[in-house]
Design a protein around this ligand. Structure first.
Ligand code: 5MM
Length: 341
């Protein structure tokens, strides 16, 4: 048995019981889309103010162990001139950084993408470390459709994820490995389960090939759910059963934690699904959250870009975060109180 490393410890610290990871790493194009749906202008200043609002919310550090940042935020200062990274560190929250350059069309595979960003990554990681980042994230996107995904696209994405994770560990970061099977489509939950299983099998084969230390990584997968255009919505118990069955078949027990993405589920759905999974524990890995939309939706809508709404927006955010903290322990109750389970 190899001795535990500092990175193993950091992976455990980021996913300790009752805690999760906030994904605040929306690229400028993505946050612009989210802001515009709430009528918020997208400028460097509004992005800074919004992220400051999140990071200074009441009881933030009681529940959020780490935040995934976009590169702009890693080097940004608050209106008062304090680096946002220092703000997080002062609160005891670990800063992380999204290092991929986005999903780009995969040549020869119409309708499919491969995530890019490996060129020059080693050098970027050195800069990110100097700026205070301690963990990283890379997202691969797998679409379900007629004839999709192809094994070519799944393999290309798995290879890139594994090369990224190996580089991140070499440079002293805990890599979050995020293979996202999209919810878009009219497929049912069984099809999502089959595609998620194939994807995770392929990803873990690539991670082994690239000698990634499983104890020092965090998996960030999708939950196994019905497609968005599928009229039937499976209840939380079914989502939990399918997701856990897929994870048990594909994720080695050496992986310390699974931190789910929300992927377009409503905030309430995402929390209930996480809760239902944890009620079925114990599991070989910790099960927690690394949501973006499911944590931020209420807060962003409440803020709407107005300074006078900051306190209300922070309360909405704190409520959502607290609900998910309970869900990591299988104690969420939609009434807002911890249940006895
Ligand atoms: C799937 O997206 C990740 C999790 O967010 P949700 O919980 O909303 O699904 C998220 O970290 C995503 O990778 C970032 O928001 C960055 O997205 P872009 O598309 O800007 O790279």
């Amino acid at each position: 048995m190899t001795p535990a490393t500092d990175l193993d410890q950091l992976a455990l610290q980021l996913t300790r019981p009752g805690h999760g990871i906030l994904a605040a790493d929306e690229s400028t194009a993505t946050i612009e889309k989210r802001f515009s749906s709430c009528g918020i202008p997208c400028t460097e200043e509004t992005r800074r103010d919004y992220r400051t609002l999140l990071f200074t919310a009441p009881r933030f550090a009681d529940v959020i162990a780490g935040v995934i940042l976009y590169e702009e935020t890693l080097f940004q200062k608050t209106a008062e001139g304090e680096p946002l990274v220092r703000l997080l560190e002062r609160a005891g929250v670990v800063p992380g950084i999204k290092v991929d350059k986005g999903a780009k069309p995969l040549a020869g595979y119409p309708g499919e993408t491969v995530t890019e960003g490996l060129d020059g990554l080693r050098e970027r990681l050195v800069r990110y470390r100097e700026a205070g980042a301690r963990f990283t994230k890379w997202r691969a996107v797998i679409a379900i459709g007629p004839g999709l995904p192809t094994s070519g696209a799944v393999e290309a994405n798995a290879e890139a994820l594994a090369r990224y994770a190996a580089l991140a560990q070499e440079q002293g970061f805990v890599p979050i490995v995020e293979p996202e099977v999209l919810m878009d489509g009219d497929h049912d939950i069984g099809r999502c389960a089959a595609v998620s299983e194939t994807t995770l099998r392929t990803v873990f084969a690539a991670l082994a090939r690239h000698r990634v230390r499983l104890e020092a990584m965090i998996l960030k997968p999708n939950m196994v759910v019905d497609g968005t255009k599928q009229p039937h919505r499976s209840p939380p118990e079914t989502v939990a059963a399918h997701t856990l069955a897929v994870l048990r078949k594909t994720v080695p027990a050496a992986v310390p934690a699974v931190a789910f993405l929300s992927g377009g589920q409503s905030p309430e759905e995402a929390t209930r699904h996480l809760d239902a999974m944890n009620r079925r524990g114990p599991h070989p890995w910790r099960l927690t959250f690394s949501f973006a939309r499911a944590l931020q939706d209420d807060a962003m809508r409440t803020w709407a870009g107005c300074a006078e709404n900051v306190a209300r927006a922070q309360d909405a955010f704190a409520r959502r975060v607290a609900g998910n903290a309970l869900a990591t322990q299988g104690r969420y109750d939609a009434s807002g109180k911890a249940s006895a389970a």
